[in-house]
Design a protein around this ligand. Structure first.
Ligand SMILES: NC(=O)c1ccc[n+]([C@@H]2O[C@H](COP(=O)([O-])OP(=O)(O)OC[C@H]3O[C@@H](n4cnc5c(N)ncnc54)[C@H](OP(=O)(O)O)[C@@H]3O)[C@@H](O)[C@H]2O)c1
Length: 341
């Protein structure tokens, strides 16, 4: 039998239970992975509260009972037809999309072979399970701004939320690419930004953004939607763009319904886009939304292989004690949260 962690209904703290289901069989192109570690990301704690009901509902990913989680690290147990890159017994890690098939908080999951990569030998699965969802989102945000390894050298990048999961990974990518990074970190976390190679690191507080220079090429907002317009005002005239992961798209639809939600999102987006356009006519402005991406996974695999990418793990628990991991994340405690099924 397979064990899965279900979120039985929306609520705070989350309503969690472990249940058993029949072992699934891999279909064509699918790999059955015995999960050794999976993670609880901020999105999981929000979805457990009912966040994203309307938009995620379109993908069948909002109806309770819900199995949450996107990250997988484990061992191949069985493969379906046409699977040619993996064999039983291999150590792998990768991603599940957010959809009606359910998430990764389980003892076994089916994963499309394109969304799996081989794990380096002797790597702790916990350290792998905290990476794919966050790294993929970061990669999509970078792509949306047009920044890549080929054009990044010397670019001035401002990261808001630099001591968080996405922020740390951004520093681990952008510093080796030769970017000149300014990091806005949480209270008492400035040293994190500096240790990861930011040239300037400041702690978030009143007026901290206003005091920064106004010539950034790229802005990444991983922290606070309310700051998005202010951040945009710090782009320079030749800026490439700004990407934010903390946009109100899902919450607007949840709060206001389809029509008013669409209107509010258009208005919110236009407001910041007009600041971006007034600062830098050619700059892009993007609201990043996670979705699995093969290029991102390939870049992640290379970063893990060369030991350039990693996030600190703050807590590990069993599925039965998952409440502790969810609390760890929603309370903003340091380090990522890992479930060991
Ligand atoms: N759109 C998408 O598809 C998508 C995908 C992935 C992530 N996300 C979102 O992107 C954000 C970053 O993800 P993450 O995994 O890096 O989260 P994280 O590890 O919790 O880091 C969040 C960072 O933002 C800072 N922060 C949080 N709230 C803030 C506020 N009100 N004002 C100023 N700074 C604030 C935190 O500072 P402290 O140290 O002070 O807490 C921390 O540096 C999260 O909100 C997450 O839900 C969205």
């Amino acid at each position: 039998m397979r064990r899965e962690l279900v979120c039985t209904q929306a609520g705070t703290p989350p309503h969690l239970a472990v249940r058993t289901t029949p072992m699934p069989q891999p279909g064509p192109g699918e790999v059955l992975v015995r999960v050794q570690a999976t993670s609880v990301n901020p999105i999981d704690t929000k979805r457990a509260e009912g966040y994203g009901q309307r938009l995620l509902g379109l993908k069948g990913a909002a109806r309770f009972p819900l199995v949450l989680g996107n990250d997988v690290a484990g061992v191949v147990q069985a493969i379906g037809a046409n699977v040619n890159r993996f064999a039983p017994g291999q150590q792998v890690f990768g991603l599940l999309g957010t959809g009606r098939q359910g998430g990764a908080h389980a003892s076994h999951v089916l994963v499309a072979q394109d969304l799996l990569v081989t794990a380096p030998d002797n790597t702790d699965p916990s350290t792998l399970a905290v990476l794919p969802y966050s790294f993929t989102t970061l990669w999509l945000a970078l792509r949306a701004t047009g920044l890549n390894a080929g054009n990044a050298r010397g670019k001035r990048v401002l990261i808001h939320g630099a001591n968080g999961g996405l922020g740390r990974l951004a520093l681990q990518v952008l510093v080796p690419w030769g970017c000149d990074v300014t990091a806005i970190c949480g209270k008492g976390e400035r040293q994190v930004g500096l240790e990861l190679g930011a040239r300037i690191a400041v702690e978030y507080g009143p007026h901290c953004i206003a005091a920064l220079p106004t010539d950034f090429d790229v802005v990444l907002n991983f922290a606070n939607w309310n700051d998005d317009g202010l951040l945009a005002a710090h782009l320079g005239p030749d800026a490439r763009g700004q990407a934010t992961t903390v946009h109100p798209l899902l919450s607007n639809f949840d709060r206001l319904g389809w029509l008013k939600g669409a209107w509010a999102s258009h208005r919110d987006r236009s407001k910041v886009r007009s600041v971006v356009a007034s600062r830098a006519p050619k700059a892009r402005y993007a609201w990043t939304i996670f979705k699995p991406d093969r290029d991102a996974l390939t870049a992640l695999a290379e970063g893990v292989r060369t030991r350039r990418l990693g996030l600190p793990v703050g807590v590990t628990t069993s599925l039965e004690n998952a409440q502790d991991a969810f609390h760890h994340v929603s309370a903003g405690q340091p380090g990522r949260a890992v479930l060991l099924p």
